[in-house]
Design a protein around this ligand. Structure first.
Ligand code: GDP
Length: 548
């Protein structure tokens, strides 16, 4: 779809319409945003009446209903879409074959839903993942070495180098933020030969499958450090406090754990984390408790100590999340059920699917009409969606066509109704039928609720199955979808960043929003080859992302 530019009255009008040919178009029959919004408002009350009663259906009544099973099952036969085995279910060697398939259906069935990746993992990455898995099996929960490390943690002294060293990931912020930090922490663990354990407490339980065969990445519930999520308030052993002190492992003064705080909040950031002089302390500390809401992978690429290893792991730089995300993040069976049922019911029949992610931030409010205008401006201008023709309302189609699907994800419901109404009430100039779908509208973020997070994961995943993707700038929710899908999205820039349209992302990688607080990132000279692959993000001024 790259480069196909359809002239759009929406686009032209938004840009001011001052050129002579634009004035000629003022009598055009093509829908302008103002007309469209007016039309949508006309029909909105009716739609609300029709749909309102079914907003939040409860299925409790089903419990009391006796359902008689059909005689011969579904008329489509059983599991029709799974009859063909996926082409490359191990994703180019990323995935180990040593899992029980039924325990995590998404791991090997993903290839049935998401398009095959254009990027093959390097043989070195594949071998490092197998080496990491072996380390995790040796040191993971329920092993002797884990028990030994726990004893040392309890004693709060580190006197000798340990065979197993750990990074404990502590959740922070929404699901997108959490996922980008899990991927960052995993890459850090691989680079430093540490073992990643994740604190998947209540709200994240049952979202993801185990990624490493024959072991677990879940931090056991009897982990002796309590209240991990509030450690930033009063952690006794904070990396930045300990760093300055003269510590000596031989006299037992080296702590057995350190708390690392790598968030956007520069006041609290442990800004020396990426510096070379901090590495010996980090390397010798058996337990690192890491809390972050940032995709700090670009900073690892700027750190000289990892330069050689990273160039072997990732000869192509902009595929880090793509590979590691596809390796680590497999929706657990209940979420996979949501994904596959939704996909097969609504999206599987479309000839193409455009993902559209709308995220509104408090810091950058925008009216829904402005947002719709920005979306149309972008999607019509970039040839992602067709224009509509106001002279042909509800014309019957002469030939049956497969629809093009728009998968819309957002917390709110109004956008869906406007877009859907617009595309079924008026003919498109291309003759295409556009079907708009939105799986949920939760209205508010509720990261503390497990089922809310399951829906969020489902939607990120479904977006990653798109052929083309439009995302909202700044949103880590969108970053996860784009990078999992291997998609370079069109980014709707935030209104406070002064644009009413979109930009094509230079790579599929997420943006590291706040690198400014960390020393040794800004300071790195261009002598490091990888530094040339770290650029300012198009959606976040001052942010950094990997490009090729
Ligand atoms: P970010 O704040 O956009 O960077 O993304 P996060 O994922 O970190 O936090 C936003 C959270 O709000 C999500 O994790 C969801 O809980 C919720 N949310 C935001 N947008 C959507 C959406 O389109 N669909 C669903 N189901 N939840 C959303």
């Amino acid at each position: 779809m790259d480069g196909k530019r359809v002239r759009s009255s929406v686009d032209l009008e938004l840009q001011g319409g001052s050129k002579p040919e634009l004035q000629k178009r003022s009598t055009s029959t093509i829908l302008t945003p103002g007309m469209m919004i007016f039309t949508c408002f006309m029909f909105l009350p009716l739609m609300v009446l029709l749909l309102g009663a079914n907003r939040n259906p409860s299925f409790e009544w089903l419990l009391g209903v006796e359902i008689t099973a059909g005689k011969a099952g579904s008329k489509y036969g059983s599991s029709a879409s799974f009859s063909e085995p996926p082409n490359d279910k191990l994703l180019g060697g990323l995935l180990s074959a040593g899992f029980d398939e039924a325990s995590c259906l998404s791991r090997y069935q993903s290839a049935l839903y998401r398009k095959q990746s254009n990027h093959t993992p390097s043989p070195y990455l594949v071998s490092r993942l197998r080496r990491y898995e072996a380390l995790h099996r040796r040191c993971g929960p329920n092993t002797e070495l884990y028990q030994k490390a726990i004893e040392q943690l309890k004693s709060n002294r580190s006197t000798e180098p340990t065979e197993c060293n750990y990074v404990v990931w502590v959740p922070s912020d929404g699901l997108g933020n959490r996922i980008i930090t899990i991927v960052s922490a995993f890459l850090y663990a691989v680079l430093t030969d540490k073992v990643l354990l994740v604190d998947l407490s209540d709200d994240l339980r049952d979202l993801f499958c185990e990624p490493f065969p024959g072991t677990s990445w879940i931090l056991p519930s009897d982990f002796p450090v309590n209240n991990l999520e509030s450690l930033f308030l009063n952690a006794p052993l904070r990396f930045r406090d300990v760093l300055g002190k003269k510590l000596d492992a031989t006299d037992g003064s080296l702590p057995s754990y350190l708390y690392l705080h790598l968030t956007h909040d520069q006041r609290f950031s442990d800004h020396m984390f990426f510096c070379e002089e901090a590495q010996p302390l980090l390397q010798r500390t058996p337990w690192l408790l890491l809390r972050s809401n940032q995709y700090f992978v670009p900073a690892l690429f700027r750190a000289s100590q990892y330069e050689k290893e990273l160039s072997l792991l990732f000869p192509m730089k902009s595929v880090v999340f793509h590979h590691l995300g596809r390796y680590l993040l497999h929706p657990a069976n209940p979420v996979w059920g949501y994904i596959t049922r939704y996909y097969d019911a609504y999206l599987g029949n479309a000839k193409e699917m455009v993902g559209l992610q709308i995220r509104i931030f408090e810091a950058a409010p925008i009216s829904s009409d402005q947002m719709i205008a920005q979306i149309l401006n972008c999607s019509i201008h970039e040839g992602l969606l067709p224009e509509i023709n106001l002279t042909e309302p509800a014309q019957p189609i002469t030939q049956r066509t497969q629809p093009k699907a728009v998968l819309l994800t957002t917390l709110y419901s109004g956008y869906f109704e406007k877009l859907r109404n617009m595309y079924y009430q008026y003919a498109t100039t291309t003759g295409e039928a556009i079907a708009v779908y939105q799986p949920s509208h939760e209205e508010q973020q509720h990261t503390e609720k497990q089922n809310h997070n399951k829906k969020a994961l489902m939607e990120m995943y479904l977006l990653s199955c798109s052929g083309a993707l439009i995302t909202s700038g700044y949103s880590t929710f969108g970053y996860v979808a784009q990078a999992l899908g291997g998609l370079r999205p069109w980014i709707l820039l935030r209104p406070d960043k002064g644009s009413s349209s979109c930009l094509r992302a230079t790579s599929m990688e997420p943006c590291f929003h706040s690198p400014q607080g960390y020393q040794c990132i800004a300071e790195r000279s261009s002598s490091n080859e990888a530094v040339g692959h770290v650029r300012e993000c198009e959606d976040v001024p001052g942010g950094l992302k990997l490009v090729d």
